[in-house]
Write a protein that binds this ligand. Structure first.
Ligand SMILES: [Zn+2]
Length: 741
């Protein structure tokens, strides 16, 4: 739902600095470890968030020191002191001239799309994105106050206030130019032998937390034993959003690649290289990245956890990359004693070793300079920031205008100090009553799933028993973590934006690496509290709903039950169903990758999933590009299962609370309770996307476009057809319905 998460690889969520900062755009650089399933695209993190949303990255300053005339209307923008209220079912968002049995999405969202054109600083716009921006605007006020106030702040408030203040100080950032790159460029220039590469790379990884630098390295739960946290070495090394960005042969993809090469050359020119040298360097980088792309798994392959599970010892790791001294690398990052590693893509590491061997050191230095500059551009002077925005946001995603500085700075605070910021948010925006209500609904949805599993006619008692064990073991996390992250070792200085960003990366890298070999912390969250999104993590076997997503219009305590159960009930059901989607079902109650299905039941499941694959493959994303329905399968299964569970939970609530139920047949806003349930559901998904962004999403986003997350479900729900009295033969009635859960 919201902006963009979907299910994203878990780590995306947590690390990714490059992303962080720069983030917004290249989710391609994330590592895929685990299958972190965001409801909307994730923001994954936040960063991701940003990116998904298509937000422009944190671009630079549109307003350099000069007159900040950049964005029209920007002058009028002010922080919000309260949240604007939008009802959970908004009749103004509907288009009543549309026939719900012909195009339900248009009926429920037509008004929203008409009244909410995509803002110039966004790649897409949606109900989730708008709510996320409302949260940002509210946080802006808090941060502005904390940045000005030098007294009476606690330690966390000092950090987020000073971070925000430094980020907003464009004059100081401009004055430093590209100077923050200097220490890194000196180290790269000093690379005299391939023997020095491991230690150099280790230092760059610690400071930049960017898997775009050849590969990624961090911690994650062992697929085979979820109680253990082990080291993961993951594929990376790319600047474009996906491996396919390098491989597709159509004219549009070729044009994007040519513009990417031009962008790399422009960046080298900004660094002082002359034009012809910059061209040669850019071509070289593109060549290297293309080789790495060819050796990378596709996104569909990465959805298969078995393809990412290759445990090796130190000798096995070393054997993959002769010539690259892992012992030196590990010592430099403080992990010299590690003996167990999961190499998610061994073929990638073998290709990397070949690349290092065949290249001269000059090529390696060029590649590293590019990626360090790319990673840090949003934290440098406006010339770098603008160049970065022009390619990654404007060219790649169609964004017309850089986001105002305040938005980018709020997003970065959320990214690097999210749980400190989250405490401020939760204290003001999330009441214990709201938490209790959300938990009540969550338990009802879980109860519905219990009944649903029992009622399946295609599943054997043995498999049902295991499914029930898994369901019973799922942990519900609502609102915010029980234990807040300790940022005391992260030094934030006033007036030092780039330094704060780099120290934040190093803090996060060290925090992540420190988990290796330690007992698993089950209380950890992969999203920050203000995030408008939700996720399921199969290894933790938990569902997570940050405070940011439990607000109107998504969850509206003032509204009747029907739209709330359609919307938030559907979202809770969605996350729960992820535990049993095509990926999630491969993990057991303990979060281990272990097959608990009988052969026959697995076959029955796959047949039902294939029905969904075939259905969504018919839908068009943009131009002649159809949904890659093997990539979106998990989300499509979760959407359908989730809404069925939301429906069951709502019926249960009505049965148990007859005094609160709207009398049958009595319409409100001209809609019956059943119709309100479906319109309430659909209105989380109202959105518009730029065509450029849709092209990127067709490659990278495991979620189907909003129109199909609505209409694709309705055709499979007899309850919908009954609620709107749709007739056989109408577009919202499918002859052969799909159902998995
Ligand atoms: Zn999802």
């Amino acid at each position: 739902m919201f902006q963009r998460m979907g299910h994203v690889p878990f780590f995306m969520a947590r690390r990714n600095i490059a992303e962080l900062i720069l983030v917004w755009q290249h989710t391609g650089a994330c590592h895929p470890f685990i299958f972190y399933k965001a409801h909307v695209m994730r923001p994954a993190r936040l960063a991701v968030l940003l990116s998904l949303a298509g937000a422009a990255a944190l671009a630079t300053a549109q307003n350099a020191p000069a007159p900040a005339s950049a964005a029209p209307g920007a002058a009028a923008e002010r922080p919000a002191s309260e949240f604007p209220y939008t009802p959970g079912l908004d009749v103004n968002a509907m288009d009543r001239s549309a026939d719900p049995c012909v195009d339900f999405y248009q009926f429920a969202c037509g008004g929203w799309m008409k009244n909410n054109p995509i803002p110039a600083d966004q790649a897409r716009w949606s109900v989730y994105g708008k709510l996320a921006q409302d949260n940002q605007r509210y946080l802006w006020g808090i941060l502005e106050d904390l940045a000005k106030r030098r007294e009476g702040r606690n330690a966390s408030q000092q950090k987020i206030g000073d971070y925000f203040g430094a980020c907003m100080d464009e004059r100081a950032i401009e004055a430093r130019g590209a100077e923050p790159l200097k220490p890194y460029f000196e180290q790269i220039a000093a690379l005299r032998s391939s023997r020095d590469l491991p230690r150099l790379l280790a230092r760059l990884h610690l400071s930049l937390a960017d898997p775009g630098l050849f590969f990624g390295f961090g911690s994650s739960q062992d697929f085979g034993d979820s109680t253990r946290v082990i080291a993961f070495a993951t594929a990376g090394g790319l600047g474009l959003p996906d491996r396919d960005s390098y491989l597709k042969l159509d004219a549009k993809s070729q044009e994007i690649r040519a513009k990417y090469v031009a962008h790399i050359a422009n960046t080298f020119k900004l660094l002082g290289d002359d034009a012809s040298r910059a061209q040669r360097e850019a071509a070289r980088v593109m060549e290297m990245e293309t080789q790495l792309a060819k050796a990378s798994l596709s996104r569909v392959d990465k959805r298969d956890p078995y393809k990412l599970f290759h445990k090796v010892d130190a000798r096995g790791l070393q054997a993959l990359t002769p010539g690259f001294d892992w012992h030196a690398y590990l010592s430099e990052i403080g992990q010299g004693g590690q003996t167990t590693f999961n190499v998610t893509e061994p073929a990638f590491f073998k290709a990397l070793a070949r690349l290092w061997k065949s290249n001269d050191l000059d090529a390696t230095r060029t590649y590293l300079r590019w990626h360090v500059a790319r990673s840090m551009s949003p934290a440098l002077a406006s010339s770098f920031d603008r160049e970065h925005f022009d390619f990654f946001s404007k060219t790649l995603r169609g964004v017309q205008q850089q986001q105002p500085r305040w938005k980018r700075c709020v997003a970065l605070v959320d990214r690097q100090l999210g749980e400190a910021l989250g405490q401020e948010f939760v204290g003001r925006a999330f009441s214990p009553e709201l938490k209790a209500k959300s938990l009540h609904m969550t338990r009802q949805v879980e109860e519905a799933m219990k009944k649903d599993i029992d009622s399946l006619d295609w599943m054997s008692p043995d498999t049902k028993k295991r499914a029930q064990e898994k369901l019973a073991a799922i942990v519900n996390k609502i609102g915010y973590p029980d234990k807040w992250r300790d940022y005391s070792s992260y030094t934030v200085k006033p007036g030092d934006f780039a330094g704060n960003v780099l120290r934040g990366h190093a803090f996060e890298q060290r925090r992540d690496l420190a988990k290796i070999g330690k007992p698993l912390d089950r209380s950890e969250w992969g999203m920050t509290p203000p995030t408008v999104n939700a996720y399921f993590n199969p290894q933790m076997n938990d569902i997570n709903f940050p405070a940011g997503v439990l607000q109107p219009p998504l969850f509206d305590p003032k509204m009747d039950d029907a739209p709330n159960y359609g919307n938030t009930g559907g979202t809770i059901g969605h996350e729960l169903t992820h535990a049993f989607d095509d990926e999630g079902r491969q993990f057991d109650a303990k979060g281990n990758l272990k097959d608990w299905w009988t052969k026959k039941d697995a076959k029955e499941y796959e047949e039902r999933a294939q029905c969904i694959v075939d259905q969504y493959a018919q839908y068009t994303v943009v131009d002649d590009i159809k949904i890659n329905s093997k990539l979106t399968l998990g989300e499509d299964i979760a959407d359908l299962g989730g809404l069925i569970l939301g429906w069951m939970a709502w019926k249960e609530e009505m049965a148990s609370m007859p005094q609160r139920a709207q009398p049958q047949g009595q319409p409100r806003d001209g809609l019956s309770p059943e119709q309100r349930f479906f319109v309430g559901y659909a209105q989380w998904a109202c959105e518009s996307d730029r065509p450029e962004n849709l092209r990127v999403k067709a490659m990278t986003d495991p979620h189907s476009p909003g129109r199909y997350r609505v209409n694709g479900l309705m055709v499979n729900m007899p309850q919908f057809q009954q609620a709107f009295q749709c007739k056989p033969g109408q577009p919202m009635v499918k002859e052969k319905r799909c159902r998995v859960w």
